[in-house]
Design a protein around this ligand. Structure first.
Ligand SMILES: [Zn+2]
Length: 167
């Protein structure tokens, strides 16, 4: 098997709905490790979903500690958003669409449920950037990309200048 690498739009895997995880075994742990490795390889990586490394399984990582030092890494298996509040329009990007950012509506308050790598259920309320990142990653698991939320691609989609360290 090839080492995990980031899939870039318009790779069709990014449009596939991810399958629920039902077996909590070593292959799940390997997938989580691969996701963490690829996320960390990206200078702006604060979250990643399994389809982004070519695996249509419902697993995502959210780790906004680069922006909020007290944040903990969330390993989300089968995450489901239960409730959203505090809609906000803000600029967003995605590692799989490295050339663009866009203004779109997200929520600064999200209540969600997920399973850990043992299959245990958890529920949490996230706020701020973490909430927005959870929404973004759950979207990925449904084959939805941030550009789908943009109402006018002509005015709201912005080219992103390349930064140092972003190949
Ligand atoms: Zn993304």
């Amino acid at each position: 098997m090839n080492p995990a690498s980031l899939r870039i739009f318009p790779n069709p895997i990014l449009r596939k709905k991810a399958q629920r995880v039902t077996v909590f075994d070593r292959s799940l742990l390997k997938l989580v490790a691969a996701l963490v490795r690829v996320m960390k390889s990206q200078p702006r990586g604060i979250g990643i979903a399994a389809p982004q490394i070519g695996t249509a399984r419902a697993v995502a990582i959210v780790d906004v500690s680069k922006r909020e030092p007290q944040a903990e890494r969330l390993i989300l298996v089968n995450p489901v958003i239960l409730e959203t509040r505090e809609p906000e329009t803000r600029k967003e990007g995605c590692m799989s669409l490295p050339d663009y950012t866009a203004f779109l509506k997200r929520h600064r308050w999200v209540r969600f449920r997920w399973q850990d790598t043992q299959g245990e259920f958890h529920e949490k309320v996230s706020t701020g950037i973490e909430a927005i990142c959870v929404e973004h990653e759950v979207d990925h698991l449904n084959g939805v990309l941030f550009i789908d939320h943009v109402t006018c691609l002509k005015t709201d989609l912005l080219p992103r200048p390349r930064e140092k360290g972003n190949e």
